[in-house]
Design a protein around this ligand. Structure first.
Ligand SMILES: [Zn+2]
Length: 142
């Protein structure tokens, strides 16, 4: 075991952690039509108006749960090594963009329409002892 345990994101460029410790998702905004996208569009092209040159913007941290389900097995792709079952759903950010996300908290207490806040969670610890992190949304009181 090395002593250099790191926190590494499960995917790059999904979020940033600000100096005050708060996380924000990273998305793209079209300067021509104002359309927002999450995650960042690597093509840099707006699918709404075909404008080239999207800007990277910070999104969140608040939104509303629009649907959710319990995933009984890991998603395809082999990158997920977190706990199963887990809650998964869609959150409409106050910014006006819909995000697919892992949902924290107790599944039985989730409801459509609930407020939720962005959080960064540790999914698992890899072979090197690094904490592999992902974004999720936690239900919050209104
Ligand atoms: Zn556009």
């Amino acid at each position: 075991m090395s002593g250099d345990k790191k926190r590494i994101p499960i995917k790059e460029k999904m979020w940033i952690t600000k100096s005050n410790g708060e996380a924000r998702l990273l998305g793209s905004r079209c300067p021509a039509c104002g359309e927002l996208f999450f995650p960042i569009k690597d093509s840099g092209i707006c699918v709404h108006c075909q404008h080239e040159g999207l800007e990277t913007v910070e999104l969140g941290p608040f939104g509303r749960i629009v649907s959710y389900t319990a995933a009984m097995q890991p998603p395809a792709g082999g990158y997920y090594h977190g706990p199963v079952p887990y809650s998964f759903g869609l959150v409409d950010l106050d910014d006006g963009v819909r995000v697919e996300t892992h949902l924290g908290g107790e599944f039985e207490k989730l409801k459509v329409g609930m407020r939720a806040q962005l959080a960064i969670e540790t999914l698992y610890t890899d072979e090197q002892g690094n904490e592999v992190q992902a974004y999720c949304f936690l239900p919050v009181e209104e």
